[in-house]
Ligand binder design. Sequence first.
Ligand SMILES: [Zn+2]
Length: 394
Amino acid sequence: MVDNFAQLYYLDSYQSEFTAEVTAVKEEKNKIWLSLSQTCFYPQGGGQPGDQGILQLIEPNNQTVKVFDTIWSDDIIWHQVDQLLAKGTSVVGQIDFAKRYDLMQQHSGEHIFSGIVNREYGYTNVGFNINSTEMTFDFDGDLNWAQIFEVETEANQAIYENIPIEIRYITQSEQDMWTYRSKLQLEQNIRLVIIPGYDICACAGTHLARTGEIGQIKIIKRESYKGGVRLTALCGTRALRYFQNLFQVIQNVGEVMSANPDNLLEKIINQQSEISDLKFQINKKNKAWLDLFVQKLQPNTERIILTNPEFDKYEWKYVCRYLSEYVSDFVGILTSKTQHNQLLFLYSNKQDLRTIIPELKEKFNFQGGGNASLIQGSLETELSIIKNFLNRIT
Ligand SMILES: [Zn+2]
């Protein structure tokens, strides 16, 4: 049983170093776990991941043990480590404080946002998770982007106000005196995280001392989820990195488009419309070219084999379909990848093309497939040989 005094992160969430003794050891499924007489390592829980860091042996050789994860199991805090240590070993523990601080920025930011949503819309936060890149929270009611922007603006106002975040323990009998958000039915002493004016929530996680340290909160995604909404959010340095990347992308796209962020969208829309016009013109010209081609066909033409045509592979199907109306057998396109390697595209609405696949495989190591009316793939042969083969096939 871990007593409150052994959970150093509750005495000071900024403490990153401590001394302790190994009190228990276990090995399970190729993982080694240690418990310590006291610890700054926060065990995974309430949506917040477990801390990582190192344990340094005091004697005899300052050996370093890595801590990959921390969990709470059977009322014991277990540290997953890379080396077995004997019970009673003295260690100096050091958490990866940069990671912990980042998690505290996310977690405190989530409380403010959820507190405002609860106050303004009456929705409850029914799911919360922080991973190494982003945090998600789920509400039991929907929010559109306009509503999200409003809450986000107010949450950032709470950050600018740099309000002290208070931690207070209340007994079961004091519960009625407080109104707070809680996911669990709590029976013993309750730990309240209080952000005056914005939120009071029962929570076991580690938090910042003041809201200003959150830096900023930004929602970057909304999805419908179980009749409510799931939001993805970034706080602190994560939000800064996100905007730096976004800025870089917009700068790069702006350079390509010769536009600044203010007229970038307009330029892209204009370009899209130019591309549509060009596609229309190309299709018109293709059709005219195909009509001329058809006029030159001998009566009763069986099949057409086009080699290395000018038009690209996106137009092959269209061309083959068009021409197949004028032939009694099939239309094919052959393009050379190299002198000995050809791409084949064959179309017919008259015969089942699958019947020629075995011979193509046997003679030319055909790699590909298709259905009755269309086959495509590569062939290991020269262009003239496969062309002759296709012209002579019966
Ligand atoms: Zn919390």
